[in-house]
Write a new protein. Structure first.
Length: 89
């Protein structure tokens, strides 16, 4: 398990008060609801210093720790809008 995934599963296990594995779908298992989804988004933003935009709010990106890890990696790898446009100026 990589560092991002272990941080996410650690948060999930603590918040949900049970061990969460990287591929556990905690929404399908009835362990999480929309209020928890907001808590998870807040954790991801603060822990990985990124912004989750409204268009990023697809539940499928947050269903499992592995999916959250993929989301974080995509966000970290994507350049900021201003950075890409500043180079062409």
């Amino acid at each position: 398990m990589n560092d991002i995934t272990s941080q996410i599963t650690g948060f999930l296990s603590t918040a949900l008060r049970r061990q969460v594995e990287p591929d556990d779908d905690y929404f399908a298992q009835g362990l999480a609801d929309s209020l928890f989804a907001l808590e998870l988004v807040t954790f991801v933003e603060s822990r990985f210093a990124l912004t989750v935009e409204v268009e990023d709010l697809d539940l499928d990106s947050f269903r499992t720790a592995n999916r959250v890890t993929e989301f974080v990696r995509r966000k970290i790898a994507a350049p900021e809008w201003g950075e890409t446009h500043a180079e062409g100026s």
